[in-house]
Design a protein around this ligand. Structure first.
Ligand code: NAD
Length: 387
């Protein structure tokens, strides 16, 4: 029998369960391109309810304990005395969410001799040190596509929020109790006619491009895997061979690559300096793809007209993290991929992965990041590992 440890974000301060705004969520059975939504044998939760926090338990307790496994759920993940560190030594499976990541460092992996499977309840497994996972003989899996559309909607929302200068306008009429039209519109523009690009045209990046098409913008992209010609023609895309060519050509850039050695610290002073004056960046991918202080400098100097996103490092960030107070930002905490709609899908996907694991059935290749001693499946397509 196995020990499963879930590291989930804390319950709402108002208590669990929260009052829900709606009674149900739409049923999504498949994704663009034909991949099916998760297909577990059963679920023990109500779709649309809060599953990603400690009391939500990803809806897994009955299933796991019913099969004789032990299930520990905690949000306590920092420092050597954390529940995460105390429980790791005899844990077989760690489940974590990018929104409240259990950073599985080389030291933690080395301290977990039984650890064989790390599941990301969501997408993006950079919180697991992948080289260590490979040498430890682990499998790393995530629930590919579960929240890709959620994130693409959030990215489009943040592009419009920045360019239309929504945040200052909202502040004038609410916090400041004013009606200061001139102040509120002095940085407001339309995206119509602008050049808008995505770095990374995978599941999320392509969904962003498709959603932006009706806004009558000129669309650009760059990716290590070029899209099929039909897609480029359908969306009237301009392809760029690298991030620099893309970044220097667009008014708005949305980042959608994984964090891996090729993308770590990619947007430094030099690359930000190559962007047009007054460009905007939205980053819902990973914070470490951009240089934290270079972004602040670019906003201060006016090189960037705005920066938005929902990814930070570390998570949670300290109270004095400069992105909390930098100018012209429209930041959220890491929420885009954890809507109640997305939670139902990634909780079902985690259950599907666990069912396969316990029954020794193969996990879908599109869910695999590391397996069999190397990058596998979706991981082999989108990640690299250093040296
Ligand atoms: P995906 O694997 O479908 O697409 C990623 C794309 O990035 C691939 O097409 C890949 O070829 C490309 N890529 C990789 N390295 C590149 C490089 N150096 N230059 C250019 N392109 C590169 O993944 P996805 O589902 O679209 O998700 C992308 C990332 O978004 C995830 O890895 C994760 O970090 C992040 N994400 C964030 C949230 C959130 O809640 N904010 C949720 C889901 C995913």
């Amino acid at each position: 029998m196995a020990k499963i440890l879930s590291v989930l974000y804390p319950d709402p301060v108002g208590g669990y369960p929260p009052p829900y705004a709606r009674d149900d969520i739409p049923t999504i059975t498949g994704y663009p391109g034909g991949q099916s939504a998760p297909t577990p044998e059963a679920i023990d939760f109500t779709p649309g309810q809060l599953l990603g926090c400690v009391s939500g338990e990803l809806g897994l307790r009955r299933f796991l304990e019913g099969a004789g496994h032990s299930y520990v759920v905690t949000s306590d993940k920092e420092g050597p005395d954390s529940v995460l560190d105390r429980e790791l030594s005899d844990t077989d499976v760690v489940i974590s969410q990018p929104f409240w990541p259990a950073y599985l460092t080389p030291e933690r992996i080395a301290a977990a001799p039984r650890l064989k499977l790390a599941i990301t309840a969501g997408i993006g497994s950079d919180h697991v040190d992948l080289p260590s996972a490979i040498s430890h003989g682990m499998t790393v899996a995530e629930v590919t596509f579960s929240n890709s559309i959620s994130v693409s909607e959030h990215a489009v929302m943040q592009i419009l929020t920045l360019v239309h200068s929504y945040m200052p306008a909202h502040e004038w009429v609410t916090t400041k109790k004013g009606w200061n039209i001139a102040d509120a519109v002095s940085r407001a523009y339309d995206i119509e006619g602008m050049d808008v690009g995505v770095l990374g045209s995978g599941r999320i990046g392509q969904a962003v491009l498709r959603r932006l098409k009706p806004f009558d913008v000129r669309l650009h992209y760059s990716d290590v895997h070029r899209l099929p010609k039909e897609v480029e023609e359908e969306l009237e895309l301009t392809y760029h061979p690298d991030a620099r060519s893309l970044a220097s050509s667009v008014d708005v850039l949305s980042i959608h690559t994984p964090l891996h050695p090729q993308t770590l610290d990619l947007f430094d002073d030099e690359l930000l300096g190559a962007m047009k004056r007054g460009a905007y960046i939205v980053n819902t991918a990973r914070a470490l793809i951009v240089n934290r202080d270079a972004v602040v400098r670019a906003l201060d100097s006016g090189r960037l007209a705005g920066y938005a996103g929902d990814v930070w490092y570390p998570q949670p960030p300290p109270p004095d993290h400069p992105w909390r107070t930098m100018p012209h930002e429209a930041m959220t905490p890491h929420v885009s991929g954890s809507t109640l709609s997305a939670q139902a899908r990634y909780a079902a996907g985690v259950r599907e992965i666990l069912e396969c694991w316990f029954a020794e059935r193969p996990i879908r290749p599109e869910y695999l990041i590391v397996d069999g001693g190397g990058l596998a499946g979706a991981g082999a397509h989108s990640y690299t590992v250093a040296g």
